[in-house]
Design a protein around this ligand. Structure first.
Ligand code: ADP
Ligand code: ASP
Ligand code: MG
Length: 390
């Protein structure tokens, strides 16, 4: 079997944890599998590097940020390869560009366009475990890029597709996908199976357990994602007792609550102008709508916009009205509009929890509200109690 395993920042936060990961990879190799491992930067390294850049200048250029933050994954890939070799396992580490991850040139939020994993294939043929730095790639112009926060998941799924892997295993500090963030909603329930379509809605709306671009790749390439916890032991079949398997043809219905911090609502009288400005400034939009009167509104997530003050000033100068920073809470599930009761319950439960709602968006797969940042946790708990548990 050929498997791709991805270990997140918390799984490689210390040398001890890195050693635990090396043991897990060694066990998979000894079971006879071909293994490609994708690693994130250790612990909070990426945050620390961004903070360091902001100490040097309040508005670092996105290209230079990419040069800086891509070093985080380079450290962990080299250390993990050293740890593998210390365990007697033949291994080699590669950066994103050495792995053939070709991306768009949109710095700090690039998209993978193509994967040319020739060097990985060669080293697998030589019997080596290949360790790849997640979250990074290279544009056609040979510029180093990064894939947006949480982007190591995307590296893993895109590589699994390009290598024709039998499985993509994503290891983090939680044993799968839950009906809400277990750190926010104490009685969130484990989802053993999930359709990729719903997982993508969840990821786009803030469930950070898996990255949205990664799920999009899984859907396109028909890859099953196994979300697991680092350190959970696996049985003879190579599977742990608890995990979430997300695949395109799973028929399991899910209802889950998500929350996304740091969004702003932009409003303009000309949707064409708004769209052109967002493209030029490289600011992504989560939702865009236009009403009868021609008023355009967009919800903008700021996670991958490191130079937001500059972008905001340019939007305001062009006549776009901007809200303060808020949060975006959602319920994700099947047929949320067709049975008619969900939207009224959604609104009522937010009202009963005294959450002030600034905007609402509803689609068959997702009901969302823009709320004050201070109310995000209460909103998630109220929606989970009413629409998931209730
Ligand atoms: P990694 O560093 O391994 O990539 P992340 O921190 O990106 O891990 O993602 C794992 C975290 O995602 C969990 O600790 C959990 O708090 C959060 N999370 C948010 N929503 C969910 C959800 N629906 N199910 C499970 N975890 C979730
Ligand atoms: N290290 C990067 C981040 O912190 C990528 C990742 O963890 O997936 O966003
Ligand atoms: Mg992550």
């Amino acid at each position: 079997m050929r498997i791709v395993q991805k270990y997140g920042g918390s799984s490689v936060a210390t040398v001890e944890k890195l050693g635990q990961v090396a043991d897990m990879v060694a066990a998979a190799r000894r079971r006879g599998d071909d293994v490609v491992v994708v690693v994130s930067a250790m612990g909070k390294t990426t945050d620390d590097l961004i903070a360091l850049a902001k100490k040097v200048s309040p508005e670092p250029a996105r290209r230079e940020l990419d040069m800086l933050v891509s070093t985080g994954e380079r450290v962990s890939m080299a250390l993990l390869s050293i740890a593998m070799q210390a365990r007697g396992i033949d291994s080699i580490s590669f950066t994103g560009s050495q792995s053939g991850i070709i991306t768009s040139d949109r710095h700090f939020d690039a998209r993978i366009l193509e994967v040319r994993p020739y060097r990985i294939e060669d080293e697998l043929d030589r019997g080596k475990v290949v360790i790849v730095a997640g979250y990074q790639g290279m544009s056609e112009k040979k510029e180093i890029t990064t894939l947006g926060r949480g982007g190591s998941d995307t590296t893993a799924v895109a590589l699994a597709a390009a290598l024709g892997a039998d499985r993509c295993e994503i290891y983090s500090d939680v044993d799968g996908v839950y009906s809400a963030d277990p750190r926010v909603v104490a009685d969130a329930s484990h989802l053993p199976e999930l359709r990729l379509e719903l997982l993508q809605e969840m990821a786009e709306a803030g469930a950070k357990v898996l990255n949205a671009q990664a799920v999009e790749w899984a859907r396109r390439s028909n890859i099953a994602i196994h979300a697991r916890k680092t350190g959970d032991s696996v049985g003879a079949n190579g599977h742990p007792e608890k995990q979430t398997v997300a695949r395109e043809d799973a028929d399991a219905r899910a209802r889950a609550v998500t929350g996304l911090g740091r969004v702003v609502c932009a409003s303009a009288s000309d949707v064409g102008l708004l769209a052109a400005l967002l493209t030029e400034l490289r600011v992504p939009a989560l939702d865009v709508s236009v009403d009868d009167g021609g008023q355009a509104r967009a919800v903008l997530p700021l996670l991958n916009v490191p130079d937001w003050p500059r972008c905001e000033a340019a939007l305001v100068a062009a006549g776009v009205t901007m809200s303060e920073e808020r949060s975006f809470v959602s319920v994700v599930g099947d047929g949320l509009l067709s049975e008619g009761r969900s939207l009224p319950m959604f609104l009522r439960s937010l009202r009963d929890a005294n959450v002030m709602v600034h905007a609402v968006r509803a689609t068959p797969l997702r009901l969302s509200a823009v709320v004050a940042t201070s109310a995000q946790g209460d909103a998630e708990r109220a929606l989970h109690a009413a629409l998931v548990r209730g």
